[in-house]
Design a binder for this molecule. Structure first.
Ligand code: HSE
Length: 441
């Protein structure tokens, strides 16, 4: 297509909300004189306005200062803007802006996992009612295409499970802690320096960010409502260097996994640290990389792997969505919601989970102690797979015990830990990490 043909066609106006790391990437792509996006769409695509907090702040981005504004109504009320790209992040005001854009008949492309996890179904329904699009590939996994495949390419499948590493910050930290014996604070500082971290580090390290992303993936995969608050979440702040050492000795890596699994009429949805067998592909996903393993009844297991955050990968996902929206503009129809009305799988309570466990505890080092601990577990029907005694301290007559179990029910294991804490011979229960063994792999 020549520049002239592009010139003659109707222009598509884009309003960009947010000019941070990702917004800067999107703006640069749209302002690129080579007009790659316009050529792909087959029509001129013009960045009309950019919403920022401080329009007067000095920027080195090449965005014409005249299109910067702090007034959202200049985008929302501009009839020449047909598509709004939202990269502000966080719930408010992003959610209101998305809602208002859709209500005014504008299509929206967003990277907002929090808004999609909390209000995705409602917003998709609103978009469909208005005959506009709401696309959100960038909300999960940065540059990895995963939303599109779940919404389209994998639809023939009954999805059985999703197992994912979808927070680059924590994966980077776990890699550093495992490989270099770094402690938690040091690893966090380094990860933040790389520019992947959320504004509030708790969102990364407590599994909140991964929980939002899993809610989106699980809703898409199982065509049902999995809300952010339905996802059981535990972070990585309780892990110590010795957990990594022991995991290694037992043949495992420790990863913060986001797991959604269909079991009968229920869906499990959980984010927590996991022991992953060293030979499993997810154990080999290191640094800021993300990976999503999807198991469909027809496809078997598929692994999506790549950069889950950052300017260029996230821009790739946003521009891909923008091109899709722009190509469809005027055709009407709107998107499909997460699930058709009437679909109602329930989210299983965490207490019903059955998996294997690693338990690390400090106990008195004298005859009969192990028997007491074994009895507590046995009384709850929790079967021990292995016990290793570590770090005996003759002075204080204490030892560290590492226990792994056969598959057991979460409720029974939690009850056992409660009882163990009450035993005189147990000094403290230091950690519990679930072990994902995937026997079918
Ligand atoms: N803080 C997120 C991460 C950024 O570390 O993966 C992308 O959502």
């Amino acid at each position: 297509m020549t520049r002239d043909t592009l010139h003659g066609a109707d222009e598509i106006g884009v309003g960009l909300m947010g000019l941070g790391v990702v917004g800067g990437g999107v703006a640069a792509t749209l302002l690129d004189p080579a007009q790659h996006v316009a050529r792909t769409v087959g029509r001129p695509v013009s960045l009309k306005r950019v919403l920022v907090r401080q329009p007067d702040k000095e920027r080195q981005m090449g965005v014409p200062p005249g299109i910067l504004t702090a007034d959202p109504t200049l985008l929302l009320n501009d009839p020449s803007i047909q598509v709004v790209v939202e990269v502000i992040g966080g719930e408010e005001p992003a959610s209101s802006y998305i809602r208002q854009s859709l209500s005014r008949g504008k299509s929206v492309v967003t990277a907002n996992k929090e808004v999609m996890a909390k209000e995705g179904q409602e917003l998709l329904t609103l978009a469909a009612a208005r005959g506009v699009d709401l696309l959100f590939e960038a909300s999960v996994g940065g540059g990895i295409p995963i939303v599109g495949p779940l919404m389209k390419d994998l639809l023939a499948n009954d999805i059985r499970s999703i197992q994912a590493i979808i927070n680059g910050t924590t994966n980077y930290m776990l890699t550093r802690m495992a490989r270099d014996g770094m402690d938690f604070d040091e690893a966090l500082k380094e990860a933040q320096g790389l520019g992947f971290a959320e504004a509030d580090p708790a969102n990364d390290v407590e599994g909140i960010d991964a929980g939002y992303k899993l809610a989106v993936l699980a809703s898409l995969a199982f065509h049902t409502q999995v809300r952010a608050e339905d996802v059981h979440r535990e972070g990585i702040s309780g892990l110590r260097a010795r957990d990594f050492r022991y995991a290694h000795e037992l043949g495992y890596a420790i990863k913060l996994l986001a797991i959604a699994r269909r079991e009968g009429g229920q869906v499990q949805a959980r984010v927590h640290p996991c022991f992953v067998p060293q030979e499993h592909m997810l154990a080999k996903v290191d640094g800021v990389f993300n990976a999503v393993e999807v198991e469909g009844d027809l496809t078997g297991k598929i692994l999506f792997h790549g950069r889950g955050a950052g300017r260029e990968p996230t821009t790739s996902a946003i521009i891909g969505d923008l091109v899709e929206v722009a190509k469809k503009l005027g055709a009407g129809g709107g998107p499909a919601p997460f699930f058709p009305p009437g679909n109602s799988l329930t989210v299983a309570p965490m207490s019903e989970l059955v998996t294997r466990y690693y338990i690390r505890l400090g106990a008195a080092d004298r005859p009969g102690v192990l028997a007491q601990i074994a009895r507590v577990l046995g009384d709850q029907d929790v079967s021990i797979a292995s016990v290793i005694q570590k770090d005996s301290n003759p002075g204080s007559q204490t030892a560290e015990l590492v226990v792994t179990t056969h598959p057991a029910r979460e409720k029974a294991v939690q009850e056992s830990l409660q009882r163990m804490r009450g035993l005189q011979v147990v000094r403290q229960v230091d950690n519990l990490v679930r072990v994902e063994d995937w026997p079918s792999d």
